[in-house]
Design a protein around this ligand. Structure first.
Ligand SMILES: Nc1ncnc2c1ncn2[C@@H]1O[C@H](COP(=O)(O)OP(=O)(O)O)[C@@H](O)[C@H]1O
Ligand SMILES: [Mg+2]
Length: 293
């Protein structure tokens, strides 16, 4: 549809990256080529009038995890004066990894997960390596890998600290195929598969959680297997049925004994790794353009 003026699209980011990180900036020129004015905008900057945008796309709001209520309030409020994508109900669903249990109920293979609520005693595995992390988190923050029998005291203290702060905790076996095979992320733009990447392992055995806004990642292009595609497509089919077509989605997989398992689904502010595929910046711009007018 033709617009009678240039559409303005806010790319919502955080105060640490007010102009977006370099890879995310790769969508700016393709948007301009499509007659759209892209504006990086810090989500918690009180001086911004969100009604001045035709669309707000969540791109780099990486500091929301410890401020979830404030972030959700902003997403919902902004969505009353413009359109926020992905939409508030999707963000709400996605910011708490208890959605993994829902996917499992719909026969999607997930990394085996035990959830602990704040009143629960932290019962931890008695053998093998495992991961403790909050259900609301991003960038590997507050996430650590432990060895049963060696790290029990530290692991319990970690879980208890999160639970005492009112946060829910998840415990998973450490999926050690990540050490060489890595993690596979499938990127979907406008509801369709776009590209994939390999992410190297992030957790060192017994090391404390990262103190950065996000842990440093090693990213390479990857061609997914048929099984990877099947799991990613099953997640997308479930999401599309629940929420309609999503502007962007990332499905992260670890390789288990019986094939790929979902580690997480990123629908809020995922790195989309558009730097890893020549066509991806244009596909993201097309998907955004398709949501205007
Ligand atoms: N069960 C697990 N087995 C192996 N590695 C894990 C596991 N859980 C998390 N990790 C590592 O920690 C990183 C961050 O965990 P993730 O669940 O993706 O949370 P987020 O990215 O939201 O912080 C992953 O990219 C992976 O390297
Ligand atoms: Mg992750």
């Amino acid at each position: 549809m033709m617009r009678d003026r240039i559409a303005r699209v806010a790319l919502a980011t955080c105060a640490d990256f007010p102009d977006l990180e370099a890879p995310e900036r790769l969508v700016l020129d393709p948007l301009r080529d499509r007659g759209i004015e892209p504006v990086p905008a810090v989500w918690d900057d009180p001086s911004i009038d969100w009604s001045g945008f035709d669309l707000v796309v969540l791109r780099g709001t990486w500091d929301y995890a410890e401020r979830l209520v404030e972030f959700m309030t902003w997403v919902r409020r902004a969505d009353t004066v413009t359109t926020v994508l992905n939409p508030p109900e999707v963000v709400e669903w996605n910011t708490d990894k208890r959605y993994l249990a829902e996917l499992a109920r719909h026969d999607v293979p997930i990394v085996p997960t035990t959830f602990l609520a704040p009143h629960d005693a932290p019962v931890l595995p008695t053998s093998g390596e495992y991961v403790v992390k909050p259900t609301v988190s991003a960038g590997s923050r507050d996430t650590a890998r432990y060895l049963a029998g060696r790290d029990d005291a530290v692991a319990s203290a970690h879980a208890e600290r999160l639970l005492a702060a009112g946060r829910e905790v998840m415990v998973q076996p450490y999926v050690d195929t990540v050490d060489d095979h890595g993690e596979t992320a499938l990127l979907y733009l406008g509801g369709r598969f776009s590209h994939a990447i390999r992410k190297g392992p992030l957790l060192e055995s017994g090391a404390a959680p990262t103190t950065e806004l996000f842990a440093q990642e090693t990213i390479d292009p990857r061609i997914p297997t048929t099984a990877d595609h099947a799991v990613g497509d099953a997640v997308m089919a479930h999401l599309t049925g629940r929420f309609g077509t999503l502007l962007y989605a990332r499905v992260d997989l670890l390789e288990g004994p019986d094939g790929p398992m979902v580690l997480e689904v990123e629908l809020t502010e995922p790195s989309l790794f558009i730097q890893s595929d020549d066509g991806a910046p244009g596909r993201l711009a097309d998907a955004i353009s398709g949501r205007l007018g």
